[in-house]
Design a protein around this ligand. Structure first.
Ligand code: TXA
Ligand code: MG
Length: 324
């Protein structure tokens, strides 16, 4: 499964030459380009069909490399990096003025993370440049958790595809703004709010409140299958009954529905995607979205999960998928 040394060397050479590489990370697959090459960055936006005002995450191969893409490293960022790198945590810090505009979308800040996947680290280190990498999907599609998903979306726009197996987390990194007095979680992810609180104490969640700092990417409809997604709110028993009622209503309207069953939940009258745990739902959510579309399902029903721990990231992605 793990790509060979020669394949990583070939991918690193492609990056240095301004071409695109799909790389595995522990969160989702990334569409990698040299963060120092404006033309390569242009190819990323074109391949994804990504709006130009949505900045990219720069991936680095060591903690020390953060200082090379940042104008300064706030103490808060240093603390988070020490606790969570390499891993699924992205820090937003003041941007080095030398970075191409396409990376930051003209913002004064840059988002940076050091991935925990050995193939991603080997690639970044072999390339010898910081690597900008959005998720390797067409804009608006669910993030890819296997190399086949990425290939299906991006085809021959990419020079080298590196297969690192199914992604370990399946949800994108936690994005934390470190430019203010306290951390602001702009996008919940695999590193939980509770984990960050243990390291930093007080924090804010940027997706709530009208005047909260925004992550440009959060305004777009995201993570969505073509099937209509229904997230049934409420506590466990109530939500499960709500799911079954919704399935009944969809069946009566002659719609082809799927349902995500968590643990030993039982539902009738729909195609069932079963996941044993919430961690498994995190790993498989995007693959289920894609599979629902492949099967031509018109609706996909899932119950709400408690908004703590990983549940916060799950509810963020599921609600976004349910937006119309
Ligand atoms: O797990 C991940 O983070 C994956 C893998 C490939 O590393 N990457 C990823 O990239 O999810 P992307 O481009 O799909 O999402 C980047 C998010 C967007 O919501 C974007 O708006 C935000 O990070 N972002 C990037 N730069 C930012 C900045 N300077 N300030 C605030 N938000 C920023
Ligand atoms: Mg994305």
């Amino acid at each position: 499964m793990r790509p060979k040394k020669e394949e990583i060397a070939r991918a690193a050479a492609a990056l240095r030459a301004g071409r695109l590489v799909v790389m595995p990370t522990e969160t989702v697959y990334g569409l990698a380009a040299s963060a120092l090459n404006a033309r390569a960055l242009g190819r990323v936006f074109a391949a994804k069909g990504r709006p130009a005002d949505n900045p990219l995450i720069v991936h680095v191969g060591s903690k020390a490399e953060l200082a090379r893409v940042a104008a300064s490293v706030p103490a808060l960022a240093r603390k988070l990096v020490r606790a969570f790198w390499p891993g699924p945590l992205t820090v937003v810090v003041p941007a080095a003025p030398s970075l191409p505009r396409a990376v930051t979308a003209g913002l004064a800040t840059v988002a940076v993370r050091m991935p925990a996947h050995p193939v991603a680290l080997a690639l970044i280190r072999a390339a010898g440049v910081p690597v900008a990498a959005p998720s390797a999907n067409r804009s608006g599609r669910p993030s890819p958790t296997t190399v086949a998903h990425a290939r299906g979306d991006l085809g021959c726009a990419v020079a080298v595809y590196l297969d690192g197996g199914p992604a370990e987390h399946g949800l994108e990194s936690t994005v934390v703004d470190c430019t203010g007095p306290r951390p602001v979680v702009l996008r919940p992810g695999a590193i939980t709010v509770e984990q960050i609180q243990r390291v930093c104490g007080d924090l804010a969640i940027g997706t709530r409140g009208a005047d909260a700092p925004r992550s440009p990417g959060m305004k777009y409809r995201h993570y969505a299958p073509s099937a209509r997604v229904w997230v049934i709110e409420g506590r466990a028993t109530e939500a499960r009954a709500g799911v079954q009622r919704t399935l009944g209503r969809l069946a009566a309207a002659d719609r082809r529905a799927g349902v995500i069953a968590i643990g030993d939940e039982r539902y009738a009258g729909a195609e069932v995607f079963r996941v044993p745990t919430l961690a498994a739902l995190g790993r498989e959510l995007y693959a289920i979205f894609r599979e629902a579309d492949a099967r031509g399902l018109e609706d996909l029903v899932v119950r709400a999960v408690p908004e703590r721990g990983l549940g916060r990231a799950l509810m963020n992605r599921m609600r976004k998928a349910a937006e119309r």
